[in-house]
Design a protein around this ligand. Structure first.
Ligand code: ATP
Ligand code: LTN
Length: 334
C-alpha cells in the first residue's frame, strides 16, 4: 500500500429524503458503479442531510435501508467500496461544526438549493437547511476525496467545498485535497415527466412525473405513456423549445447506453406515440434487476446490518485521521 501510488478517491451520497427516482439513478448511482475498479470509492446514505426537511422517523429508517439495498443491488460491491450510513460516522458532524467557522454567511446564502428549498419549505427554513453545504463539504473533505460524482444541480455545492478547503488550507497548510465534481455527459439532468422544466426529484409531489427505482413495470409504462411532450412531431433534442421530448431522449440514451444523436437517428420519422412506450420499455428493463435484487436483499435485514456496520467501521477509521489533523491545526487539544 505505502509504496504503491494511492488510487484516486471518490465519495458520493444521496439523502434518503424520498424514494429513489430514475433521476437519482441516472444522475448518480449508475456512474458510481463503473468507478469501483479504478478508484477507492465511498458511497454513503446521507441521512443527516435528509432531516433538514421534516421526516417521519419510521419512514426515514425504511428509506435509509432501502437506499442502501438499492446501492448494492444496482451494482455497488461492498467488498470493493465502502458503503455506509452518514450518521454512523460521527466525525462528519464534528468536522462540519469546525468547517462552519470557515464558511461565509454570504456564500451560503447564494446557494441555489437553499433558495429553492426555502421557498418550498417556507414554514421551516431551519439553520440545517442553510448549513447543509457545510455538512456536504465535510462528507467530502474528511476522506480527501478527489472526485465527487453528482448530478448537475450539486456542482455548486462541490465548488463551495473547494472554496472552504482553499480557505482552510491557506491558513493551515495543505490539509485538504481539493475535490472536483464529476458530472456525467448523459443523464445528469433528468426532468419530471409531467413538468419537464423541473428536475425529477424524490420529494416532488406529482407521482406521475416521477419514476421510482422500485416502481413495477406497469407503473413505469403508464407514466411514460402519459409523459408530456411538445407540439410538433419531430424527435429532436432541443431543451429550450422541446423540453418534454428532449427529456425522453435523454432518458432513452442513458438507458440504452447510447448518445443523444444515436437516439435521434434510431427514432427518425417515428411518432411520439411510438417513442414514449419505447422509452418506457427501455426503463422497465433497466430497472427490473435492480428492483428484484433490492427486494431480496431487504428480506435479509441481518445481512444488511452486517454490511452497513462494516462500512461504518472502515469509513470511521479514515475519517478519524483527518479530523484529528484538523483539530490539531486549529488549536484544539487532542
Ligand atoms: P430532494 O427532492 O429531496 O431534494 P433529489 O431527488 O433532488 O432529492 P438528491 O438526494 O438531492 O435527490 O440527489 C442525489 C443525487 O442524484 C445527486 O447527485 C443529484 O445531483 C442526483 N440527481 C437527483 N435528481 C436528479 C435528476 N433529476 N437528474 C439527474 N441527477 C439527479
Ligand atoms: N447534497 C447532495 C447529497 C450529498 C452529497 C454529499 C453528494 C450529501 N453529501 C457528498 C456528494 C457528496 C444532494 O442533495 N444530492
Amino acid at each position: 500500500m505505502e509504496n504503491q501510488e494511492r488510487k484516486k478517491r471518490i465519495l458520493s451520497a444521496i439523502k434518503p429524503s424520498g424514494d429513489l427516482t430514475l433521476g437519482s439513478y441516472m444522475g448518480a448511482i449508475k456512474n458510481w458503479i463503473g468507478f469501483q475498479d479504478s478508484f477507492d470509492c465511498l458511497y454513503c446514505v446521507a441521512d443527516l442531510h435528509a432531516i433538514t426537511v421534516r421526516q417521519d422517523p419510521k419512514e426515514l429508517r425504511r428509506r435509509s435501508l432501502e437506499q442502501l439495498a438499492a446501492y448494492l443491488s444496482a451494482g455497488i460491491d461492498y467488498r470493493k467500496s465502502i458503503v455506509f450510513i452518514q450518521s454512523h460516522v460521527a466525525a462528519h458532524a464534528e468536522l462540519s461544526w469546525i468547517l462552519g467557522c470557515y464558511a461565509m454567511f454570504g456564500e451560503l446564502s447564494r446557494m441555489t438549493q437553499f433558495k429553492d428549498k426555502s421557498q418550498k419549505n417556507a414554514d421551516n427554513i431551519n439553520a440545517g437547511l442553510f448549513t447543509y453545504p457545510v455538512l456536504m463539504a465535510s462528507d467530502i473533505l474528511i476522506y480527501n476525496a478527489d472526485l465527487v460524482p453528482v448530478g448537475d444541480d450539486q456542482k455548486q455545492h462541490v465548488e463551495l467545498t473547494r472554496d472552504i478547503a482553499n480557505r482552510f488550507n491557506s491558513v493551515y497548510g495543505n490539509v485538504f485535497t481539493l475535490p472536483e465534481a464529476f458530472v456525467a455527459p448523459v443523464g445528469a439532468r433528468i426532468m419530471s415527466l409531467q413538468s419537464p422544466e423541473n428536475k425529477m426529484s424524490k420529494s416532488e409531489s406529482d407521482p406521475n412525473g416521477c419514476v421510482l427505482l422500485m416502481d413495477k413495470p406497469d407503473d413505469i409504462m403508464r407514466k411514460f405513456k402519459r409523459a408530456v411532450t411538445d407540439s410538433g412531431r419531430e424527435i429532436r433534442f432541443d431543451r429550450e423549445n422541446k423540453p418534454g421530448v428532449s427529456n425522453l431522449i435523454e432518458i432513452y440514451s442513458a438507458a440504452a447506453g447510447i448518445s443523444r444523436e444515436e437516439t435521434e437517428a434510431r427514432f427518425e420519422g417515428k411518432s411520439y406515440g411510438e417513442f414514449k412506450p419505447a422509452v418506457g420499455e427501455a426503463v422497465v428493463e433497466l430497472l427490473r434487476p435492480i428492483r428484484e435484487n433490492a427486494e431480496s436483499l431487504l428480506r435479509d435485514k441481518a445481512e444488511l446490518e452486517r454490511i452497513y456496520k462494516e462500512g461504518a467501521e472502515r469509513a470511521a477509521a479514515l475519517a478519524a485521521r483527518t479530523l484529528n489533523k484538523v483539530k490539531k491545526k486549529v488549536g484544539l487539544i487532542v
